[in-house]
Ligand binder design. Structure first.
Ligand code: GLN
Ligand code: ZN
Length: 764
């Protein structure tokens, strides 16, 4: 019989219940028992929903209170010594690793493969003593059984775990620790089996990246041992976010009983997989897109899956979303304020479960019945293809007439820097921030009041003006050099713009977890993009009227808009990105016209858009960087263009970042101890750079000494006349109590460094 499965569910809750429960717990308002109760409620809800939708295989242990990679570190006892030393109770230790405590820095956080989900990077060292701590995996399985759901527990596989980890300050590569880790996996599998699990899903997403022979050999070794340790258990090897490429056959030869392949991102591998699959193995086809929100073309899927069933027989085929449903929101059905047509084109998590069911039924049905089952899907799809809200001839024409010169600034950086220095007159090591200041309860309340019409538009504007004036005054008092208006009017750096652009729609409940309790609500880019009117000029102008120091204007760049939206799947991403770039260009020119001397165009997501496989990266980088250039090239030489990127592993793309031709970039660095600056040893980055020295992801307030030390470290790599001093991201999630002292320390540290005139030893 043809069956269906789900690899994992969203965790945050349809009303972001987990977020609020976590934050209340962290504030000390609720107990661990309260938090656990919320978690159980969310787990139960998802299982019940999927069971109702008729899904055959349900996951457990996919839920996490913060991050499943962190859970895996705990599962295998990989606790970095600085946390182990604190001898905290388990729950406190868990959140200490995620968020830091006292002087103990949290684990580094980075994007999970090419998603906008962040995981905590496990820290391993040669002495890491792994030990099995399967309590959570076991209790989630047992709990589900008590509710009447026989689940398939999910584990992150040992090789992916190690490849996602790092070993700072140690020459041993994490993967070298595999043989010490495997007994722990054997033990966990054994215990799950003893608890009654007869199938276990082991995720090895790292297999869709470029892998070498040694890494594949490690996967083989791990699977031989895991499979041998639980012969009675059906192991599923799950891969997603891409294809297995040249390793497909070797992966399919592993002793798993089921292989889950991503048939959305890599449909081409399915044919080959059907041919290579062992006769006792099953293929789990990830056919429903777990990374986007569009309703599936079920007709096309029937045509795609049917030959697979013909070849393998229905027992050896399973249908599933391409990956965990973690990356899509809960239910499109709740989006009652969306245009009804648009809504009918969407499928969020809940609808995807139904699509799975419909697809399964259609494949099992006689042709006449099939028609009826697929009819609604057909109608919606045809409507979308023909819709006039999707296609705008004016946009198409503007794109068609772009010339090379539209991508080039007038003069090279070496000329621009002189004019900008004259215009701005900044000190050495200028200080600035990334844009946002704390989004206080008051700001959120005002926004809600406006939405509920409790506050008039005028009252809201006055409120924002007061906020901006206040933020400007505070920055002047702190002594920052380049100020910002604080972004109080922005609910989110992408949504704010999306709401003002044609071709975009905003959902009401479309939250997706970003990290821990943080969620994002990616807007839905469904049609051609244009900018009917200026979006930010009014607020910039007001902010500048409050001060004589330069106020940096803030825009979100085209790649980040693209990357943090759910974008249309009916045209290449490149084309959508160029449309966005033109809208940003229009806005940047309006800001310049209004008098802005410094304009920051955030490309926070540039790197995460990088395709997972090296062979696809150059093409992406070309059009992505071109889009940034298109957005900025029309600005005058005297206008200083900043860009901000929030990540650290970009050694490999530093040349491309240079090609953005921004005058100043700010990047994340403090969480990895300025590790990223190593890249500047080998590459002579041409323009100015602000390596973030204050880690805004943690509530910790860094000391002056600490910041000075980081700056000193930065000066070893980057000439002081090109260095800026700034936090590593926006401050909107932090509280003023943290931000004020942290920024005071930052300004003091910069002043100390300015006074210390000799370069540290080893400087260039
Ligand atoms: N300007 C934005 C802010 O400060 C940038 C945020 C980001 O990079 N994620 O909030
Ligand atoms: Zn950032």
């Amino acid at each position: 019989m043809l069956t269906t499965a789900v690899l994992g569910f969203a965790r945050i809750g349809p009303e972001r219940e987990l977020k609020f429960a976590l934050e209340a717990f962290w504030r000390g308002e609720t107990s661990g028992v309260d938090l656990e109760r919320v978690g159980a409620g969310l787990r139960h809800r998802q299982l019940a929903l999927a069971a109702d939708a008729g899904v055959d295989v349900l996951p457990s242990n996919d839920f996490s209170f913060y991050d499943h990679v962190l859970d895996t570190a705990v599962l295998v006892g990989a606790i970095a010594p600085r946390f182990g030393r604190l001898e905290l109770p388990p729950v406190e230790q868990y959140f200490a690793m995620a968020r830091g405590v006292g002087q103990a820095r949290p684990l580094e956080m980075t994007k999970y493969l090419d998603t906008n989900y962040h995981y905590l990077v496990p820290e391993l060292e040669s002495g890491t003593g792994f030990a099995a701590h399967p309590a959570k995996a076991l209790s989630d399985f047992v709990e589900a059984r008590e509710w009447g759901f026989h689940t398939r527990p999910v584990l992150l596989g040992p090789v992916s775990f190690l490849l996602l980890a790092k070993s700072p300050g140690s020459d041993v590569r994490p993967l070298a620790l595999l043989d010490r880790l495997l007994p722990v996996y054997e033990e966990v599998l054994g215990q799950l089996s003893a608890a009654g699990a007869d199938a276990i899903q082991i995720d090895e997403p790292s297999l869709v990246l470029d892998r070498d022979d040694e890494e594949i050999a490690a996967v083989e070794r791990s699977w031989q041992r895991m499979a041998a340790s639980v012969p009675g258990v059906e192991l599923t090897l799950a891969t997603y976010f891409g294809g297995l490429g040249k390793w497909l056959d070797r992966v399919l030869a592993l002793p798993a009983r089921e292989f889950h392949l991503d048939a959305v991102r890599a449909p081409d591998q399915i044919g080959a997989a059907v041919r290579s699959l062992a006769s006792d193995a099953r293929l789990s086809l990830g056919v429903i897109d777990g990374r986007n929100v569009w309703a599936a073309d079920l007709d096309a899927l029937v045509r795609f899956v049917e030959p697979v069933i013909d070849d393998l027989g229905p027992d050896r085929v399973r249908l599933a979303p391409s990956c965990s449903l973690l990356h899509v929101p809960y239910a499109a059905a709740r989006e009652d304020r969306l245009d009804a047509d648009l809504r009918s084109w969407l499928a969020f998590g809940q609808e995807k479960l139904l699509e799975l069911r419909t697809l399964n039924d259609a494949l099992a049905a006689a042709p006449s019945e099939r028609r009826e089952l697929l009819e609604p899907s057909r109608g919606a799809l045809a409507g979308r293809r023909a819709s006039s809200s999707v296609h705008d001839a004016g946009v198409a024409e503007r794109l068609a007439t772009l010339a090379d010169a539209d991508y080039e600034r007038r003069s090279p950086y070496s000329d621009r820097v002189v004019r900008q220095a004259e215009r701005l007159g900044l000190p050495e090591l200028p200080t600035t921030t990334i844009g946002s200041f704390p989004q206080t309860a008051e700001i959120r309340a005002a926004r809600r009041a406006l939405a509920a019409r409790m506050l008039s538009a005028e009252e809201y504007e006055r409120f924002l003006e007061r906020e901006i004036r206040d933020v400007i005054e505070r920055q002047e008092r702190i002594g920052l050099d380049v100020l910002v208006h604080g972004e109080p009017e922005r609910n989110d750096m992408v949504q704010y713009f999306a709401e003002q652009l044609e071709g975009y729609a905003a959902s009401r409940h479309g939250w997706v977890q970003s990290y821990g309790s943080r969620c994002v609500k990616p807007p839905i880019l469904f049609g051609d993009i244009s900018r009917p009117a200026a979006m930010t000029v009014r607020w910039w102008r007001f902010a500048q009227s409050c001060t004589s120091r330069p106020v940096k204007a803030m825009l979100t760049g085209p790649v980040t808009m693209l990357q943090w939206s759910f974008v249309r799947d009916d045209q290449p991403r490149e084309q959508t990105c160029r449309q966005l770039a033109l809208a940003v260009r229009d806005e940047a020119l309006d800001l310049e016209q209004a008098g802005a001397a410094v304009i920051q165009i955030d490309e926070a997501a540039l790197r995460e858009g990088l395709p997972l496989r090296r062979e696809d990266q150059a093409v992406y980088l070309r059009w992505a960087i071109d889009a940034f250039r298109l957005a900025t090239a029309a600005l005058a030489d005297e206008t200083q263009v900043h860009s901000h990127m929030c990540y650290s592993h970009f050694n490999a793309i530093l040349g491309d970042i240079a090609r953005m031709d921004a005058d100043v970039i700010s990047i994340e660095a403090s969480r990895s101890d300025m590790e990223l600056l190593d890249a500047f040893r080998d590459f002579d980055y041409p323009s100015q750079i602000g390596p973030g020295v204050y880690d805004i992801h943690s509530p910790r307030v860094p000391s002056v000494d600490e910041l000075e030390a980081l700056l000193e470290q930065a000066e070893r790599r980057i000439p002081r006349d090109r260095l800026w001093v700034n936090p590593d991201c926006g401050l909107k999630t932090r509280r003023w109590e943290e931000v004020l002292p942290a920024l005071e320390h930052l300004v003091t540290a910069a002043r100390h460094r300015r006074a210390a005139d000799s370069r540290p030893p080893g400087g260039r």
